[in-house]
Design a protein around this ligand. Sequence first.
Ligand code: ADP
Ligand code: MG
Length: 623
Amino acid sequence: MPTIRQLPPGVVNKIAAGEVVERPASVVKELLENAVDAGANRIDVTVIKGGSELIRVVDTGCGISTNQLSLAVASHATSKIQDADDLFKVATMGFRGEALASISEVSRFRLKSRVKDADEGAELVVDGGILQPVQPCGMPAGTVVEIRDLFFNTPVRRKFLRTPQTELGHVTEAFNRIALAWPNVHFRLIHGQRVIHDLSAVDDWRDRVIAIFGNELSDVLIPITGEANQMQLSGFVADPVYSRSHTRMQYLLLNGRFIRDRALQHALAESYRGLLLTGRYPVCFLRIDIPTDWVDVNVHPTKLEVRFQDSGQIYRHMLNTLRSKFLSTDLTARIGSSSHSHDEVSSEIAPSLAVGRSTQLQTESPHGLPWNSAPAESPSFAPKPLDETHPEWTPTNRFVDSDRIAVAPQPPAESNRSESESGLESVNFEPKQSPPSGLQLLNRYLVAEDESGIVVIDQHALHERVLYEALRDRVINSKLERQPLLVPEMIDLRPEEHAAVMQARELLAELGIEVEDFGGDTVVVSSYPAILGQISAETLLRQAIESLLNGNGHLERRDLLDELLHMMSCKAAVKAGDRLSQEEVEALLSQRHLCQDAHHCPHGRPTALIFTPEELDRRFQRT
Ligand code: ADP
Ligand code: MG
């Protein structure tokens, strides 16, 4: 019969630590919350090796008196609540009294503190849960917490730590969330010798948002305020032109606490309905302030999720406030245009960048069309130039590249053997005698006749599929052409973006995107995939970063590669709404049979609908 035992405190604390301390970023979060609760007006965070070697948080808060120092690291010891009723009026960030106990259990921990009117401070060292005697020490008023060798005594946990860059990304995110919530506190984040953020105290929240998330936001923030029945909503939402492919840029602060809440995210999405393309998500920095007893913050170990007494009421308040703001804001100019997302806006700006770059491309492409990085060697499907009726028309139209990469350079008959070794046989084909004729309708569908009946094709989805397969083939066979940039492009990133890029450098290089570290959070892009010549290197890299961050470091290399290929083909493909010339229609249709799966775009949506003669006869009641 199994024996039931009371676990020793060390084990209990390790179990608790498992909930609270997942990685260095969790430690940073807890320590920052403590410093904020202590009323500090200045907080400095230093980390080394993404926090796995050292995390130090120095604050100017109220401090801890010497005789309380060892209580601070005891479990379930807190100065913030007294009884269970207090759990429903939590006005501080912390209240569980678990953080310091948990952290000091799984690290080499040092706590130094001095209250204002004390003559000196005191220091407490805890080594993997074992307390050393408290020692006096000299220091200014405030508190210093130092954590070294996190998880040194829990090797399994330590094994789960990612690269310093990845951990730094998480640390930065934890830092951003708290620094965002407390604009009147001066925050600093330092990694090794590098200052990542130095955010002086500001009166205007907008200044803090921009200081953290970058100047690019300054033109797109729409101020929001709305008060109703003790609920106060304030902050900013981003103009629909600035959106993301994920919800991570949705910062909701409930009574100063960063939270994730499905209902509120839904309210946000709902308010943007019709303003964003599918798959794009709003960006926001919103504070919601409600009476503390309307919400239970004690439902999640790291307090990331909360439970509202009446979430419907808050949902409606948020939706109404945002909707009426949008109604009174002139967004029409943008809504009318085909692109609502940030990256697509940058591709609208891209022509100027592209022109700059095409100077160099012109040496190869006499027509200077940035899409075309080299003359078409295989004219099989490149439409022939017309005549004076189309003086603007150039033979190197936008499908030429996909022809080039999809078609083996030699005539199909000869190429079979040599190319099959490299796996290119899947794209070898006999050109059809006469390319299928088709027409474009509604600027987005191609209609053609083939042996199965009438085919209606989504032009974007098909082009995307064609490009995707061609790109994939090229990458698998290491045949993707790089286009070196004459003037390498410098791109300023956020720390976590920088971390993600540096970690994926090799992968990006395989895709033709060569990136180097330039110091700080700046990188230099020195080449990009030739086939994507019409997209600016910056747009491409930023898109890639979104894919990288989306995977959250959990994606297998192969999946990540696939994701990036999808992204690149999607970006490079013609869009719904693009008017195609007859030649382009023909060129695109003629590539249909090159796809292994011509019926679905890489996202799985159908690329084509087929109306068989039987179906049509039936509908016209001929049968
Ligand atoms: P909690 O924050 O939930 O109370 P912690 O384990 O994080 O639990 O901290 C325990 C106690 O230590 C806090 O209640 C607070 O009184 C004290 N404390 C921790 N960090 C600081 C700090 N930076 N400045 C002042 N007091 C602190
Ligand atoms: Mg705490």
